[in-house]
Design a protein around this ligand. Structure first.
Ligand code: IVH
Length: 704
């Protein structure tokens, strides 16, 4: 699209304008420059300037257009957001009908498709196919007239769609102009899918939840809704992106067809890429025959969860246009293309019952028992309902039909209930007010504190929480005892061998050896893992106690300030709060834990059984000079570094006094960006409080 000379020319010009070495003199160059940066950002995902720098260039454009309104180009980036509201959506007739796709679900279906194609085209040997992911969003058709985006429409009924030009202009990855004339094309219609990336969808939904707005069910609904909004500015905020997968129509000045001169779908897609459109794949994937297409479709299914966008299948298309013509179309779909649908990720089932589980901090979690259904390769029968608010918000009742989904994050969840299908026999879900696990005669009321959503059991007298605490204690994040997983802990707990975490270190290996499923080797391995865990640094032990709200960072910080775990029994609120980043809630929880003599006695037992309870070298902060250049700063590396590896860079930063952290937040001081930096850079720029350095600048800084 832009050759390397052009790219460096634009980059230099940007820097000159930004540093004031050059003034804007030529409007067209400025528009071209901003279009280039839009392309780098939205199409290539590889911006060459920071967002705030782009914003400053954009402001220069606005200022210029303010002074010379008569010059404003229709494809200027400033024209993406229109201030006029679309009063209502007008119907528009598509130049070529927008058909749907036939579906296939397995290899046999695809073999049958290939047989049909051969019959229709008369080809006896291999037929070449193009394959792409099938994006799950809203279809769009874009008409370009004399290189300018003239009209955008949804699919509608296939013959007529809804006019959404203003909204399409607000989608940054839709080029406002594209040089079709380079190929002798006066009018072109391209087709594609408007989608919202899964992570953007999640962020926006989190935000909506905070604002008390109804949540979108999935990225597709958010995308199709976003296309139809009345206010194009709102469409812009929705984070829509447009992928183009077809050049459906192309004619020259005389109205003669140009499309067929391009010979194949693959070739036409390459041209669309040249013209600056965003494609589902960086270049067309051409398969020599149906077998290769089948392999490619399976490949896409396997990696679908790693793709940043929801995809529900792969689309297989006859590559050559002349063969496509021989195949023709039905009323409903072209005969030259087929969708290979992946296994469903959504299903409806019946909510049969709700059970409750208790966690190590006493939180009571409702779990839906549903009629088992097959969903994207697994059978789902239990789904967490999180808390009482979730049940209320989703209006769930026992007996309801529910829509469930397994999205990118693999864990199934309930999208919504389907109240229209109720028979009247559905029962409300009663959230218990007493601890449902309590086996004693004493009543234990559940409590809810502050703005927490969870109901908790405040004083466990039945042991249910103890089991959860032991499971957490041995887990990977805590003491990391290899070979002692949840089910084995449950087994030992039921046998009465482990009642609290100190018992993990007093297991009788002779008894274990004799257990069914165990032998000498597995018992010895277990002992080795437990012996190894005894040497863990103090911060791991602190974390493993499972104190409410007491996470990794806090345990590391506190371990730096104590010699032995028992020191905490003497600590006052002030001792905690002088440590930066330790808040009063954590402090109170730790104090409560150590004020309980039974807990201290348990720690003494652990010490007697060989568990390290004192500060080790691994607990100490990395020695740094008070005057070190980055003393007290937090730092994060993102993107690919050119001169060193990530680990090496982090060590250099630590030596210079900085602390490496893993996420962008207001606690981050410095972000060092390597090549292909993505969302972290965006987020840090948006915060406006983070110093953004290149690798070069970082090296200069620590060497200064
Ligand atoms: S080709 C006539 N390619 O799927 C053939 N469609 O179920 C035109 N879709 O309406 C469609 N990704 O909105 C094609 N790579 C892709 C696609 C794709 C998503 C959508 C499209 C179409 C629907 C049909």
């Amino acid at each position: 699209m832009y050759d390397s000379n052009k790219q460096s020319e634009f980059f230099l010009l940007s820097k000159e304008l930004l540093t004031g070495r050059k003034q804007v003199s030529d409007y067209d160059t400025l528009v071209d420059l901003l279009q280039y940066h839009e392309w780098k950002y939205y199409i290539e995902n590889d911006p060459v300037i920071a967002d705030y720098e782009y914003d400053r260039l954009y402001q220069m454009l606005l200022d210029y257009e303010d002074r010379h309104p008569e010059m404003i180009r229709a494809d200027s980036p400033s024209q993406r957001v229109s201030s006029d509201l679309t009063p209502s959506l007008d119907a528009v007739r598509h130049i070529v009908p927008m058909l749907s796709l036939a579906n296939s679900y397995n290899e046999d279906d695809l073999a049958e498709f290939d047989r049909q194609i051969k019959k229709l085209t008369g080809i006896e040997g291999d037929v070449e196919y193009s394959i792409e992911p099938k994006l799950d969003g809203g279809s769009i058709a874009l008409v370009y007239e004399d290189d300018l985006l003239a009209r955008a429409a949804t699919r509608g009924n296939g013959t007529e769609g809804e006019e959404i030009t203003a909204n399409a202009k607000a989608i940054p990855s839709i080029p406002l102009s594209a040089e079709f004339s380079r190929y002798g094309i006066k009018t072109a219609e391209v087709r594609g899918e408007a989608v919202i990336a899964i992570n953007v969808f999640n962020q926006k939904n989190d935000q909506r939840q905070k604002e008390g707005l109804t949540l979108w069910a999935n990225p597709r609904n958010a995308a199709t809704g976003g296309l139809r909004l009345k206010d194009a500015n709102e469409s812009r905020n929705r984070g829509l992106e447009a992928f183009i997968f077809q050049l459906a129509y192309a004619v020259n000045d005389a109205g003669n067809d140009i499309l067929h001169e391009l010979a194949s779908h693959g070739k036409s897609i390459e041209i669309l890429s040249q013209l600056g459109f965003k494609l589902p794949l960086s270049k067309p994937r051409i398969c020599r025959n149906i077998n290769e297409a089948v392999d490619a479709a399976h490949h896409w299914e396997k990696i679908r969860d790693t793709y940043a966008y929801e995809i529900d299948g792969a689309v297989i298309k006859v590559n050559r246009f002349d063969l496509q013509d021989l195949c023709g179309a039905t009323q409903h779909h072209p005969r030259w293309a087929i969708a290979f649908k992946f296994k469903a990720k959504q299903a409806t089932t019946t909510l049969q019952d709700v059970e409750f589980q208790i966690g190590r901090t006493g939180a009571v979690t409702p779990v839906a028992k549903v009629r088992p259904v097959h969903l994207a390769g697994v059978t789902v029968s239990s789904i967490s309902l999180h808390n009482e608010d979730f049940i209320i918000q989703k209006d769930l009742r026992i007996g309801d039909q529910v829509l469930i989904e397994r999205a990118g994050d693999v864990i199934p969840y309930i999208v919504k209930s389907l109240p229209d299908l109720r028979t009247g026999d559905e029962q409300p879900i009663d959230f218990p007010k007493e601890c449902p696990f309590n086996t004693t005669d004493q009543q234990v009321h559940l409590v809810k504190s502050g703005d927490e959503a969870a109901w908790r059991c405040p004083q466990c007298i039945c042991g249910a929480q103890d089991l959860q605490r032991i499971i957490f204690h041995v887990s990977k994040d805590a003491m990391n005892i290899d070979g002692l997983g949840k089910s084995l802990v449950e087994r030992f707990f039921d046998l009465g061998w482990i009642k609290d975490i100190s018992d993990v270190y007093a297991l009788d290996y002779d008894k274990i050896r004799a257990l069914e499923g165990f032998g000498d080797k597995s018992a010895d391995n277990l002992r080795d893992s437990i012996d190894k865990a005894k040497q863990n640094p103090l911060h791991k032990l602190l974390l493993s106690l499972g104190i409410h709200h007491f996470g990794k960072k806090a345990s590391k910080l506190i371990a730096q300030h104590i010699q032995s775990v028992y020191d905490l029994a003497e600590w006052t609120l002030e001792d905690f709060t002088v440590i930066k980043d330790i808040g009063p809630v954590v402090a109170q929880n730790v104090m409560d834990y150590f004020n309980n003599e039974a807990n201290v006695a348990m720690l003494r037992r652990m010490e007697e059984r060989g568990v390290n309870v004192t500060q080790t070298d691994q607990d100490k902060p990395v020695e740094t000079d008070e005057d070190a250049v980055l003393a007290g700063k937090t730092i994060l590396f993102t993107g690919t570094l050119q001169q060193m590896g990530r680990k090496e860079a982090q060590q250099l930063a630590e030596k210079a006094g900085a602390m490496n952290i893993s996420a962008v937040s207001k606690n981050l001081d410095i972000l060092v960006v390597g090549e292909k930096a993505g969302s972290k850079l965006k987020k840090a720029t948006a915060l406006g409080t983070v110093d953004i350095l290149t690798e070069e600048e970082f090296l200069n800084l620590i060497n200064s």
